[in-house]
Design a protein around this ligand. Structure first.
Ligand SMILES: NC(=O)c1ccc[n+]([C@@H]2O[C@H](COP(=O)([O-])OP(=O)(O)OC[C@H]3O[C@@H](n4cnc5c(N)ncnc54)[C@H](OP(=O)(O)O)[C@@H]3O)[C@@H](O)[C@H]2O)c1
Length: 261
């Protein structure tokens, strides 16, 4: 069977793992990318047997600017038909400016901004050859707002948002659809669990499970939606936030995120 493959970055845990599972369920072949030693090989065997799909893996550090090129070379070598590119990998450090380590800044910009941009630039020709193709970039609700104490994270996710909308327009009328997901908190790892615990009710009531988020996001990606925001409370929050003067909004966000990592 000639499978169309989905490339998923950061596929070994969290939202990336849930997106890979959901795509497998829908019968797509998978090319999963994550760091070495994250159980990717076992995950591939499980998905392949469960859904009767081909699953390839690449264990590599996506901070390295050469990695997108290596992924593209691998796809060409194996002659895989890629029809879906999901730029999921991302990191979300928090803190006060001046306190970030150089490594945290580099990681944020390389994973959230550079990797996504390089992957699309490398794969767009391949995607244009398909009858229908999809690019999905994972932003964050934080990308809609300047967030004190999450300043680098929110700025990188703003980049993802605007970059996605701009290339969506460039590709309008072609076979390639570009979507950007801007989710609120997703229950993916202990860091999120801890953040939700310290932020209390607001954060808790907006939380969504990774598998629910993945299914919601993919349904809309296949419907070629531009901006995807899981959970009605997050969509309502976006509308409310856009009516509040920036000065007040920044003060509230500053209180909410101060001291949260
Ligand atoms: N969770 C949320 O509340 C939330 C909300 C909004 C948006 N998002 C966005 O959703 C995306 C996924 O978030 P998540 O919460 O699922 O994150 P996560 O649980 O930390 O998972 C991130 C994935 O990326 C992989 N990864 C990390 N650094 C890597 C590197 N240098 N090279 C290759 N792979 C690497 C991780 O591998 P390991 O298994 O080795 O860690 C893991 O598979 C991110 O873009 C994030 O900003 C998350």
């Amino acid at each position: 069977m000639n499978h169309t493959y989905a490339v998923v970055t950061g596929a070994s845990s969290g939202l990336g793992k849930a997106l890979a599972e959901e795509l497998g369920k829908r019968g797509y072949g998978l090319l999963l990318v994550a760091l070495p030693g994250t159980g990717l090989a076992d995950q591939a065997t499980i998905l392949s047997e469960k859904y009767n799909i081909p699953v390839q893996i690449i264990e590599a550090d996506l901070i390295n600017p050469e990695t997108p090129h290596e992924i593209q070379k691998y796809v060409s070598k194996l002659n895989l038909t890629v029809g879906i590119l999901i730029n999921n990998v991302g990191i979300g450090y928090g803190g006060e400016i001046g306190d970030y380590t150089d490594a945290a800044i580099r990681e944020s910009i390389m994973l959230n901004v550079s990797c996504t941009t390089l992957m699309i630039n490398k794969f767009i020709r391949e995607l244009k050859q398909r009858e229908k193709a999809y690019i999905l970039n994972i932003g964050s609700f934080g990308g809609f707002l300047p967030m004190p104490y999450k300043s680098i994270y929110s700025a990188t996710k703003s980049y993802i948002y605007y970059f996605s909308l701009a290339i969506r327009q460039e590709l309008r009328g072609t076979n390639v659809s570009v979507s950007v997901a801007m989710p609120g908190p997703i229950l993916t790892n202990n860091k999120v669990r801890e953040r939700v615990r310290t932020q209390g009710f607001i954060s808790k009531s907006n939380l969504i499970d990774a598998d629910k988020a993945a299914s919601y996001i993919l349904d809309r990606m296949f419907r070629r939606k531009g901006v995807i925001i899981p959970r009605w409370s997050i969509r309502a929050g976006y509308l409310i936030a856009s009516c509040i003067p920036y000065r007040i909004l920044l003060a509230v966000l500053g209180k909410l995120f101060k001291g949260v990592n």
